[in-house]
Design a protein around this ligand. Structure first.
Ligand code: ASP
Length: 448
């Protein structure tokens, strides 16, 4: 039994729904189908989830919300009509949106419920459409599927006891179409996962039903070794381990949600990233172990939007508790950190810019001077991180040298290196302006 999850681009319009239906019908093992909300049809289009978020915010703030409402209903109506599915479904979806726009709901409940309507409607439409094609398909609400979660402002978290109930889905008849992105708390409140979280539902269902394979359908033939918008026609990755995928998705490979790796990894369910628009392409497999060849590096990921907090104090290495006090300040300011390379008298802490405000930065710097009596404290902005990823890298000789030589020849200044903390990656910090040049140079050095 397989789980197939279809992302937003796979359900953006009626044509895409038809491709999805063909893929479902093409393999009798595809029993559990998890869907996203309709995504963008073209570059300037909106994802239905974003429209729903705008609708919820406008409604809650008593702003004009009708245009969002109409656009959303129009998108669903068009899909339903073009698929020749019974019109009554338009009314059902409309009634559900109307019922959710309830002024007595708290902001959190309103937003959770409204965000979930994209996936919920997609699942109802796909199951109705499959039925018109003669497939014994059923819509299954996440509550009935047993997806029980704990609410969390950063995204719902699955409760472990869910798995027992999810396993019983195996006994249900036919093809089950389950909306992604949300579950229910023990007391019946709807709670959504973090953005892009339909992947998480797919992984949870895969682990729960003990699927032989979790197929994740998106709009690329495979995961590429490097961002194709930086390097033309990059090498396709055939196989990755969970650890490699984790490192790559951390630093900008957005093909698979990093949180979704956990349930798949724990249950050792192989994941296959495939293309809805080219389903016969083999895709990329994500597995527990792979054979490691002498090339080691599988991919180079990168992301911008980082800052480094630099702290210097003479004899820092001898001061007991310095690190704890420094990190305590960050904790008090509710800031998490990414990496922390250090020297004898200095320490750098890499932080995502999205966590910082000017006010927070000033407060952190002041507290470090006042409380830790540092000699020098400063935030350095506009950093980009590059992760060179591959199993077996920590044992291969000369891996770092290849990178530093390539970067040096490309005239890229290295702000920092972190090697050895992770068994499967090396991290380089550079100025964001140099990023494209650096990635091209590294790709040439490792892959060409
Ligand atoms: N529709 C949700 C989002 O846009 C979840 C998903 O597509 O996976 O974040």
């Amino acid at each position: 039994m397989k789980v197939a999850k279809f992302g937003g681009s796979s359900l953006a319009n009626a044509t895409q729904f038809k491709k999805v239906a063909n893929i479902v019908m093409d393999d009798a093992e595809r029993k559990f189908i998890v869907v996203s909300a309709p995504g963008k049809r073209h570059d300037k289009d909106y994802k239905v989830t974003d429209l729903l978020i705008s609708l919820g915010n406008a409604f809650y703030n008593k702003d004009k919300y009708k245009s969002y409402y109409i656009t959303i209903i129009d998108r669903f109506t068009k899909i339903i009509n073009e698929l020749n599915v019974d019109d009554a479904l338009v009314e059902e979806i409309k009634a559900k949106i109307d019922a959710t726009l309830d002024a007595s709901l708290s902001y959190e409940d309103l937003m959770n419920q409204i965000k979930a309507l994209g996936e919920d409607s997609s699942a109802k439409i796909l199951s109705a459409y499959l039925q018109t094609l003669g497939v014994n398909a059923h819509y299954v609400n996440p509550k009935d599927a047993g997806i029980i979660v704990k609410n969390d402002p950063h995204g719902a978290q699955l409760l472990k006891d869910s798995y027992e109930k999810i396993y019983t889905l195996r006994e249900k008849d036919g093809v089950l179409v389950i909306p992604g992105f949300f579950g229910f708390t023990k007391d019946g409140q709807l709670a959504t996962f973090s953005r892009g979280g339909s992947d998480i539902t797919g992984a949870i269902v895969s682990a729960g039903v003990e699927a032989t394979l979790y197929e994740n359908f998106t709009d690329v033939d495979s995961v590429y070794a490097v961002n194709p918008s930086i390097v033309e026609n990059p090498h396709e990755i055939k196989q990755l381990t969970y650890r490699e995928m984790r490192e790559l998705s951390y630093a900008g490979f957005s093909v698979f949600h990093d949180e979704a790796l956990i349930p798949a990894f724990n249950a050792r369910i192989p994941v296959c990233i495939k293309n809805t628009n080219n389903p016969s392409a083999p895709g990329t497999m994500i597995v527990a172990d792979r054979e490691i060849d002498d090339k080691c590096v599988v991919g180079i990921a990168s992301d911008t939007g980082f800052s480094s907090l630099y702290v210097s104090k003479f004899l820092m290495n001898r001061e007991i508790g310095f690190g704890r006090k420094l990190f305590q300040i960050l904790e008090n300011e509710q800031v998490s950190f990414e990496h922390s390379p250090s020297g004898i008298d200095d320490m750098s802490i890499i932080i995502r810019d999205s966590q910082l405000t000017e006010e927070k930065e000033q407060k952190i710097v002041k507290r470090i001077y006042d409380e830790l009596h540092a000699d020098f404290v400063a935030f350095h902005r506009d950093l980009a991180l590059i992760m060179v990823v591959g199993e077996g890298m920590n044992e291969a000789i000369g891996m770092a040298q290849t990178a530093t030589t390539a970067l040096g020849e490309a005239n890229v200044n290295l702000e920092m290196i972190n090697q050895g903390s992770s068994e499967v990656s090396m991290m380089f910090g550079i100025k964001a302006n140099d990023l494209h040049r650096a990635i091209k140079a590294l790709y040439r050095a490792y892959f060409e």
